[in-house]
Design a protein around this ligand. Structure first.
Ligand SMILES: Nc1ncnc2c1ncn2[C@@H]1O[C@H](COP(=O)(O)OP(=O)(O)OP(=O)(O)O)[C@@H](O)[C@H]1O
Ligand SMILES: [Mg+2]
Length: 311
């Protein structure tokens, strides 16, 4: 079963595609069979970060039933061991995805024969984005040090957390419990998830226990991208502490990735940055981030980042 890493961020332009492409190149270089899937709603441009030209096939072909399996939309890239499913050609294709189609995509992704599957998700808390986070109990969040980006990342992580809760408790049951909890304690609202969860456990111990166990299997990583010398090096760690405290979620800081003008140049030249500037600080940072990701994986051995039971 593949390890699936959904990669998202609260704000556009933080570097999700750049980091998805770069991690893919590192994984492939380590000999892992790696597949990148562009699930960005608006701007499907993942292929440019790995120096691949626009492939003839895309997710649209699967959505529009031109091909029967997702497997048929996979194309090789110039990097050995690295493959890609390009984003939907027509925004409407993916923006209008019906629930059943989304489930079909998720089921198909889980069956694909790769060691690692990295999902480049769109920015923000759109329903589609959050849904694709549900495919795995692991996830990587990308932010930059700007306050707008860090605020958005907190919002995104909170949305993913609540979506998980709603997945364990059906929506109706969740609403009933949440309403009761708020009646008993006006602070136990969705803006206060830890308190709310505590109340749910009191109101329905069996479901509360199940929920807690499910949330315990979740593990996330946070990357601080486009980090400049003048930026505080500890913001990422700080955000993780806040998230752990308020959401009781396991989230590990994966490191700062330095800002480098050459990233833009690499995109313009359609060459992977890691091949163009292999000794740059940003390249070293990306490799460090990758090492931490693998340690996280080892630590949780026995709990593969598997597809959840909804599938
Ligand atoms: N570490 C970095 N240093 C300098 N520039 C960077 C870095 N990371 C990303 N960029 C630049 O930021 C821009 C946005 O990057 P990217 O497209 O990867 O972001 P994104 O989060 O996928 O955006 P979108 O939300 O539009 O999909 C690109 O022009 C890229 O070259
Ligand atoms: Mg992108």
């Amino acid at each position: 079963m593949p390890q699936i890493w959904p990669i998202g961020g609260g704000k556009g332009g933080t570097g999700k595609s750049f980091i998805t492409g770069s991690l893919g190149i590192i994984l492939a270089g380590e000999g892992y069979q790696t597949l990148l899937i562009d699930l960005d709603l608006g701007a499907a441009n993942l292929h440019t970060t790995i120096g691949a030209s626009n492939p003839g096939r895309s997710l649209s072909d699967f959505i529009n039933k031109k091909v029967a399996t997702l497997n048929e939309t996979i194309v090789p890239t110039p990097t050995p061991n690295l493959f890609i499913i390009s984003g939907a050609m027509n925004n409407l294709d993916i923006a209008n995805l019906a629930h059943e189609q989304k489930m079909r995509i998720r089921r198909e992704i889980a069956k694909l024969p790769y060691d690692y599957i990295l999902l480049d998700l769109g920015a923000g808390t759109a329903f589609n984005t959050i849904d694709f986070f549900m495919i795995s109990n692991f996830g990587i969040f990308i932010t930059t040090p700007e306050p707008t980006a860090t605020e958005n990342i907190y919002r995104l992580i909170r949305s993913v957390y609540f979506r998980k809760i709603r997945q364990v408790l059906d929506v109706h049951h969740f609403r009933t419990l949440a309403k009761e909890a708020e009646e008993q304690n006006s602070k136990a609202t969705v803006t206060n998830p830890d308190l709310l969860l505590g109340m749910i456990k009191k109101l329905d111990p069996e479901k509360g226990e199940m929920l807690e166990q499910e949330l315990n299997t979740l593990e996330f990583g946070l990357v601080m991208n486009q980090h400049r010398n003048q930026d505080n090096p500890n913001i990422g760690k700080f955000i993780c502490q806040i998230i752990q405290k308020h959401l009781a979620l396991k989230i590990q800081f994966l490191g700062n990735i330095a800002f480098d003008e050459n990233v833009h140049l690499a995109v313009v030249n359609k060459r992977p940055f890691l091949f163009m500037s292999p000794y740059a600080r940003t390249a070293t940072d990306l490799k460090e981030c990758f090492k931490k990701l693998l340690t996280m994986k080892d630590k949780s051995s026995g709990i593969p980042y598997a597809v959840d039971q909804v599938l």
